[in-house]
Design a binder for this molecule. Structure first.
Ligand code: UD1
Length: 356
């Protein structure tokens, strides 16, 4: 029995693709939901859209400081693992739920798989970087999404026999659902925005710069702003609501609506890891408000450009693709193969062969 653990929005698209692969390979699995995210449009909407099976357990941890959230997941997940004794804990991504579940499994000597292993921003101020490093160093199956991430694991001295370069289930899911989604029928050019990193939204100066840039850009096209709860909370706290008046701001969008919108956007402005990848695969210009990226291939071969949280820099980077033809991305053959929509099946095959 494999416990497929997740709890935050970016986990669910990966869990969807992995579930489909597990079912195809007749691998026995249950979903464990930590409850890190809990609002309907951060959580349940994805279970409905992807027709995920009901979680075997919902740990209901909710929001809180890192120590408290991580500790609560560990305490509750440990009780579950202790009584139910799964054969493997399968973790995805780099959120607090990922690391907490892996730490519990490690202490109970349960085999651990980590999807998205080896991803590094080399910025230890990002909580996700700590989550990735810790999880990778205690995992038994490491599934990097790119050759760069595999190199990072080699450089950290992780046993090469545990590392399997497979590609990214998030892209599996994107390709699975983009076939189904129609193009959105908006004739006017628009810019799609999703910003939520603490470094951008928890600092008044950075959040203000981003909102001013969006207002400057709104003269050139509609701004569709899918607002993460953290961002909404901080806009309220810094009394910046007036900066939203000219923007088409929405509650966090569901997956299908978001990719529908992304497919036809003139440009996407984000600080999300996943969206940097998705836009690169779909060949949509992407401006990332980040100092570093942990997905270098999106900058090297994809559509992604990095900018600081500075109104002029964001404006300049986003205005260019609005008025100029964008250079098509040209992935090397290996990256094309890794992003062929079958990464989850490659993981399922490895797990079923090694656990016969
Ligand atoms: C988490 C992940 C981040 C990921 C992001 C995607 C960590 C360390 N961070 O950040 O890597 O990119 O999810 O969304 O795991 N909130 C709600 N409703 C919810 C969830 C959160 O209102 O359903 C609010 C709460 O006020 C909370 C804040 O958003 O304090 C932040 O949520 P949290 O899960 O702590 O971090 P994220 O910023 O979402």
């Amino acid at each position: 029995m494999i416990y497929l653990v997740g709890g935050a929005r970016p986990n669910f698209m990966k869990i969807a693709a992995i579930s489909r692969a597990f079912e195809k390979y007749e691998i026995e699995y249950e979903i464990i939901h930590t409850g890190q995210h809990y609002d309907y449009n951060m959580d349940k909407t994805f279970f409905e859209e992807f027709k995920l099976k009901e979680p075997l357990a919902h740990l209901g941890v909710g929001s809180g400081p890192h120590g408290k959230q991580t500790g609560m997941i560990m305490e509750r997940f440990e009780t579950l693992c202790f009584t139910e004794k799964p054969d493997m804990v399968f973790t995805v991504g780099d959120v607090n739920s990922t690391m907490a579940a892996a730490l519990v499994a490690s202490k109970l000597h349960i085999s651990i798989a980590h999807q998205e292993a080896g991803m590094r921003s080399f910025d230890k101020k990002m909580p996700e970087e700590i989550n990735r490093i810790v999880t990778d160093h205690i995992s038994d199956y490491l599934f990097p999404i790119s050759p760069q991430d595999r190199r990072n694991l080699y450089n950290e001295g992780i046993d090469q026999d545990k590392i399997f370069l497979v590609g990214d289930p998030m892209i599996d899911n994107l390709l699975y659902y983009t076939k189904e989604t129609e193009k959105i029928s908006i004739s006017k050019k628009y810019i799609l925005v999703e910003i939520h990193r603490p470094v951008n939204v928890d600092t008044e100066q950075n959040l203000k710069e981003i909102l001013i840039a969006l207002n400057l850009l709104s003269i050139h096209g509609n701004i569709i702003f899918s607002i993460h709860p953290r961002t909404k909370k901080m806009i309220h706290e810094f009394e910046l609501e007036h900066q939203l008046i000219a923007l088409d701001h929405k509650e966090p969008m569901g997956y299908l609506d978001f990719i529908k919108c992304m497919k036809c956007a003139a440009v996407v402005i984000t600080d999300s890891d996943g969206i940097q990848q998705e836009t690169s695969i779909l060949n949509i210009p992407c401006v990332s408000v980040r100092d570093t990226t942990n997905i270098q291939y999106t900058v090297k071969y994809g559509t992604n450009v990095l900018v600081k949280a500075d109104r002029n820099k964001i404006y300049a980077a986003a205005i260019y693709p609005l008025y100029n033809e964008f250079k098509k991305s040209n992935f090397p053959e290996q990256l094309k193969q890794l992003n062929d929509g079958n990464a989850s099946e490659r993981m399922a095959k490895i797990i079923s062969e090694r656990n016969k």
